[in-house]
Design a protein around this ligand. Sequence first.
Ligand SMILES: C[S@@+](CC[C@H](N)C(=O)[O-])C[C@H]1O[C@@H](n2cnc3c(N)ncnc32)[C@H](O)[C@@H]1O
Length: 228
Amino acid sequence: MQDVQEMKYLPSFGRKRARGLSETQKNNLVHLYETYGIEIPEKKIDPRTLFNIPFEKIFVEVGFGHGEHLIQNAMQNPKVGFIGCEPFENGVAATLKEIQDNNLQNVRIHKGDARLVLEKLQKNTIDRVYVLFPDPWHKKRHHKRRILSAEFIDNLRKNQVKELVVATDCKEYMESVLENMAQLKIPALDNIETLSQKPDWFLSTRYEQKALAKDDKCYYLKVELTVS
Ligand SMILES: C[S@@+](CC[C@H](N)C(=O)[O-])C[C@H]1O[C@@H](n2cnc3c(N)ncnc32)[C@H](O)[C@@H]1O
């Protein structure tokens, strides 16, 4: 069923599995997913209903990879409910284990395309969406696979998502995001070089570390999509 739903969007991700999953990983994907996983709801829902605790804010992380940022963020912000979406099963299995080991009550995971989850969350219920080091799809003919399209950003805005946080080491991708923002008349910074200063609030990600280890520049953007 989920695969049929995923065909709704051109995939913005690469492989769903790197190598054979160990028995423990397979087990986590079944048993820990029963506790922390979420399926695509049939109707639009208030994301607060996904948790056993009433949270003040809801943050969504699109493409959390192996979950380092998601887990750190959830540990540092126990009053925020986090929804992480990621189709890459090895990363999902590792993240589920971290959620359990740290007894985190404020994280829910969807093993699949974030766009299918976001479109089922009621208006004005999401405080922040993170898209960190999205697959760059360097070749021009693949640009249509980039998740941060004008349509994606516009859907967030229409759904009254308050803030969007983006980071990437692909300058041309960040430029395209700024162009999409300009097209949608969302005020964002127009001087890309100022975005290469790492903000002190930014928690690290695996792909950021890889880029910095190669001395590649990274770009960080936080934009208000709706003014409350
Ligand atoms: C380059 S990796 C970055 C992972 C992590 N954010 C980091 O910085 O270490 C991009 C990730 O986004 C995921 N991804 C791409 N499109 C997605 C989508 N539509 N929904 C959820 N995750 C997606 C990919 O599977 C991949 O794991």
